[in-house]
Design a protein around this ligand. Structure first.
Ligand SMILES: NC(=O)c1ccc[n+]([C@@H]2O[C@H](COP(=O)([O-])OP(=O)(O)OC[C@H]3O[C@@H](n4cnc5c(N)ncnc54)[C@H](OP(=O)(O)O)[C@@H]3O)[C@@H](O)[C@H]2O)c1
Length: 295
């Protein structure tokens, strides 16, 4: 069995649901885990639970709001300072379909938090991930996508944030397709440097995902009625843990996993071109937003 005790992982959205269970699994495997959370209160509560349960003394948290470029910059500086190696970044945090609103930087909320924020975080942590890959043989990025990516039928990487969004374009499924394409492009660009990037689908999980804040009104009845179909967050964390820890995921790259099995994703035609364009468009969009913020 592989010894993970010298490794360091970062898990975003680790105070609850799939992220909390992913952090628990990594701590049980003996690794050092940095949780990202949105408040100190949530961070303390998660640390208390995980320390009690796993006995690990290698757990800490950093505040991160993926809906704020400023918060992402501050958090990635802190994470890079605190970690002399990063063996894995688990881009887990995300929110649901019916949510409206804007990020702090004025981006549409779902795409901003689920995809653009994690893209920027990954970009900022990439130097330390690649340094770790150089020194230790490899490092990993795991993007928590969703089966919902299959509904992103009119995805257009050159018009990521149409405003207003046409009804036929669903922000959540597009953000999850973008997570998947981002992992594939990371693998293509940096696979030769020892970076293994994968996307996963956790399953339909009984987490806080269906919270009323994001799915108001009749949606609550839908989540309640489908409860018997939902799996536990611990089960939902298995694909992330497999992609982060298994030897199999370290021998492969750019895959999409459901459970511990690589699956065929639903890709746009000419996926390689689309994912490269998406990367370029996302960088340009972040540059434009950052530029206009400092102007
Ligand atoms: N549940 C499912 O059936 C399902 C299915 C497919 C894919 N997924 C994906 O699985 C991942 C985990 O979801 P989950 O089911 O565990 O949901 P969850 O219980 O609601 O957890 C979501 C996590 O994301 C965090 N988050 C939300 N907005 C954030 C922001 N602006 N900045 C930083 N963190 C933020 C939340 O923090 P707070 O608690 O502070 O809000 C929480 O820690 C998501 O990417 C989701 O899209 C879930």
């Amino acid at each position: 069995m592989t010894d993970h005790s010298a490794k360091t992982f970062i898990v975003t959205g680790a105070n609850t649901g799939v992220g909390l269970e992913t952090a628990r699994g990594l701590a049980r495997a003996g690794a050092r885990v940095l949780l990202t959370v949105r408040s100190a209160k949530k961070g303390e509560a998660a640390l208390d639970e995980l320390r009690r349960d796993t006995g690990s003394d290698k757990l800490s948290f950093v505040i991160l709001d993926l809906g704020s470029f400023g918060s992402i910059e501050t958090a990635s500086e802190k994470l890079s300072e605190r970690c002399d190696r990063i063996d894995g970044l688990i881009n887990n945090a995300g929110l649901g379909a019916a949510s409206e609103g804007r990020t702090e930087d004025g981006l549409p909320l779902v795409m901003g938090v689920n995809y653009i924020g994690p893209f920027l975080l990954t970009r900022r942590l990439l130097p330390r991930l690649l340094e770790t890959a150089r020194q230790e043989g490899q490092a990993r990025v795991v993007n928590v996508s969703s089966l919902a990516h299959r509904f992103a039928r009119r995805f257009d990487p050159e018009n990521l944030l149409p405003d207003p969004r046409p009804r036929a374009r669903d922000a959540y499924s597009e953000s999850k397709l973008a997570n998947l394409l981002h992992a594939r492009e990371l693998a293509r660009r940096h696979g030769g440097e020892g970076l293994h990037a994968h996307a996963v689908h956790p399953g339909f999980v009984a987490s806080d995902f269906g919270r009323a804040e994001h799915f108001p009104g009749p949606w609550q009845l839908v989540f309640k009625a489908t409860r018997p179909l939902q799996i536990s967050p611990a089960k939902g964390a298995r694909p992330s843990l497999h992609a982060a820890l298994s030897e199999e995921a370290g021998r492969t790259n750019g895959l999409y996993w459901t459970k511990a099995t690589p699956s065929d994703p639903y890709l746009p035609e000419d996926a390689e071109t689309v994912q490269a364009r998406l990367w370029a468009e996302t960088e340009a969009l972040i540059e434009a937003e950052r530029g206009s913020a400092s102007a």
